[in-house]
Design a protein. Structure first.
Length: 368
């Protein structure tokens, strides 16, 4: 097989990856479908709620992928990464929450599994291909010898926040066939190509049902105090993993007429700190493991657009590289931002949509 024209496509059973495979086959590539198997039934998630990345609906998704590949006349393989997923994603997810941080499993899954182990294990299994493609809404662009992820045309579906961990050499061998399309166009083309999944709902949750509790059943988190900013106990929490910075609903305590929000998770004292909405605003953040896509950018201060979670509109900021911090940066927002959560990622963009770098948020700098 001449692998110069062969591309492996990561298939999830959804409309985006399915159309990506169909378009590449139509364009004359030899296409191989790959699905990573990550679910092994170890957790009691809600069986009826299957549209999630991690849950019992995986079997149904694999059947959809098999049908797609049969209809396209392409080779299909399922690569078992369930142990890797448990180690690199689930254990990370549990550890971060127990340490009072808000994890982002999608970022880790993309960096370590989808664009890492899946590709490596497929090649180790004897599959030969030149490039790897996915149905992500993202583009890429090479400038000055460095390949960057670039925002998708459809800003409402852009997924570049999850992809900042893809280094330039790895990006050179990655294709994003849907980066120039809107979601509406994708569904329209899927219908035109007769894809059974053209109207399939999107997978919105990390865990089926959106309930993280089953992931902690083997080692339940300890309950503790809910306190105000002065340390006064207002009630009890059922475990740090069930609370997130910025949360208002489901806290179960009140203090006067003003609504209370989760301001911080104090793992050292096993406390949930709550307060008014004004306490959620930060003028900046610190990020120790920040990585620039172009290493020559590290040093001094530069301007860019900051994104602190997936559904956050990028905002202007100044980023300063801290001397002797091992690649760490400090970011200062032009306008204070709400609910900067340690554990989430800080991703820096150029004005024209290039992902300049990113890293995990270590601390928020409260607004004065």
């Amino acid at each position: 097989m001449d692998n110069k024209h062969t591309v492996a496509v990561g298939l999830s059973g959804g409309v985006d990856s399915s159309l990506a495979a169909a378009l590449l086959a139509e364009q004359g590539y030899t296409v191989i479908g790959l699905t990573m198997k990550i679910w092994k039934g170890a957790y009691r998630v809600q069986e009826g709620l299957k549209h999630a990345c991690f849950g019992p609906g995986e079997e149904e998704d694999i059947v959809a992928c098999e049908k797609l590949c049969a209809s396209l006349g392409i080779e299909y393989r399922v690569i078992d990464l369930s142990d890797d997923y448990e180690k690199h994603v689930v254990e990370y997810f549990r550890r971060e929450y127990l340490e009072g941080r808000t994890p982002n499993p999608c970022i880790v899954c993309n960096r370590e599994l989808k664009f890492g182990f899946l590709v490596d294990r497929a090649r180790a299994a004897g599959l030969a291909f030149d490039c790897f493609a996915t149905g992500h809404y993202a583009r890429k662009e090479t400038r000055g010898g460095v390949t960057y992820v670039r925002t998708a045309v459809d800003a409402s579906k852009d997924q570049t926040y999850f992809l900042y961990g893809l280094e330039s050499p790895r990006l050179e061998k990655i294709l994003f066939p849907l980066g120039e399309m809107t979601k509406e166009k994708v569904r329209s083309l899927a219908r035109e190509h007769g894809l059974e999944v053209a109207e399939k709902p999107e997978s919105q949750d990390f865990v089926a049902g959106g309930d993280y509790a089953p992931l902690f059943e083997s080692e339940p988190p300890e309950p503790g105090d809910i306190v105000d900013t002065a340390g006064k106990a207002l009630g009890r929490h059922r475990g740090l993993p069930f609370y997130t910075v910025g949360q208002r609903r489901g806290i179960g305590v009140s203090s006067g007429p003003e609504p209370l929000y989760v301001l911080a998770l104090d793992a050292e004292r096993n406390r949930v700190v709550v307060g008014p909405n004004t306490g959620l605003f930060s003028r900046g953040l610190a990020c120790a493991n920040f990585r620039f896509q172009d290493p020559t950018m590290a040093g001094g201060t530069l301007r860019g657009l900051a994104k602190i979670r997936q559904n956050h509109k990028p905002v202007p900021c100044s980023v300063t590289c801290r001397a002797g911090s091992g690649g760490g940066v400090a970011a200062e927002f032009d306008i204070a931002q709400r609910a900067v959560a340690p554990g989430q990622s800080f991703v820096l963009y150029s004005e024209d949509g290039l992902v300049l770098g990113g890293g995990t948020i270590d601390a928020a700098v409260p607004a004065e």
